[in-house]
Design a protein around this ligand. Structure first.
Ligand code: SF4
Length: 193
C-alpha cells in the first residue's frame, strides 16, 4: 500500500487544542477543494510504502502523527491508521470535513470550508472545530456543525504575517459569542514549521 506524500517534518503543533505538543506532520498530497486563502503547497507528492514511511519517522522520539494535507482523507484508510496504531503511534487528523474519516483516529480537527450542514452527517463529533476567519466573515452556525468541546476561530494570516484586523475581528466575535475561543497560528508567530 502506497501513500502520495507531499512532506514529512517534525515540529510542534502550532494551533488548536494540541498547541505546543511535539508532532510528526505527514502531509498527504492533493485536496478536493480549492480555497482562496489556502496557504499550503500540497500538489506534489512522492509515493511511499508504509514501511518506508515508518522508517522516515521512527528515529524521532515523538509518538503523535498529524495527518494533514491537502485533504488527508483522500488517501488515509482504516488499514493505514491501524498500521501506525499497532506500532504505538497516536494519530491526529486535520480535515475539511467533506469525506468520511478512517477508523482509529485519536484527535480530529475539522475545518469545514463549505456545506457545513453536510459535515455533521459525515462526522457527527470531533475534538475541535477550527475556522479560519478574516474580518467580515460570518460566524458559523454551531447548531448544524459536528459536536465538539472546542469551537475555535483562527484569524487568517498573510503568509507568516499576523493581520491585526483579523485578530481584532475574531476577538470581538468571541466576546459576543463566548462559546467560541481564539486559536492563533503560533508556529507562524515564532517562526517554526
Ligand atoms: S481544504 Fe484546506 S488544504 Fe484544501 S484548499 Fe482548502 S484550505 Fe487548502
Amino acid at each position: 500500500m502506497n501513500l502520495n506524500v507531499n512532506e514529512i517534518f517534525y515540529s510542534l503543533q502550532g494551533e488548536g487544542g494540541r498547541t505546543g505538543q511535539a508532532s510528526i506532520f505527514i502531509r498527504l498530497a492533493k485536496c478536493n477543494l480549492a480555497c482562496s486563502f489556502c496557504d499550503t503547497n500540497f500538489e506534489r507528492g512522492v509515493k511511499m510504502g508504509l514501511e518506508e514511511l515508518l522508517g522516515e519517522i521512527a528515529d524521532w522520539p515523538c509518538r503523535w502523527i498529524v495527518w494533514t494535507g491537502g485533504e488527508p482523507t483522500l488517501q488515509l484508510t482504516d488499514e493505514v491508521v491501524a498500521f501506525f496504531k499497532e506500532r504505538g503511534y497516536l494519530q491526529a487528523i486535520e480535515t475539511n470535513g467533506t469525506r468520511p474519516l478512517p477508523a482509529g483516529i485519536d484527535y480530529i480537527t475539522c475545518s469545514p470550508k463549505q456545506q457545513f450542514g453536510k459535515v455533521r452527517e459525515l462526522i457527527p463529533a470531533v475534538d475541535e472545530l477550527r475556522f479560519p476567519m478574516q474580518a467580515g466573515d460570518p460566524l458559523p452556525d454551531i447548531s448544524v456543525l459536528p459536536r465538539t468541546d472546542r469551537y475555535l476561530l483562527s484569524p487568517i494570516f498573510e503568509g507568516q504575517q499576523l493581520i491585526p484586523e483579523n485578530v481584532d475581528y475574531c476577538i470581538s466575535l468571541i466576546k459576543q459569542h463566548p462559546e467560541w475561543a481564539l486559536s492563533l497560528q503560533t508556529h507562524k508567530l515564532i517562526g517554526i514549521r
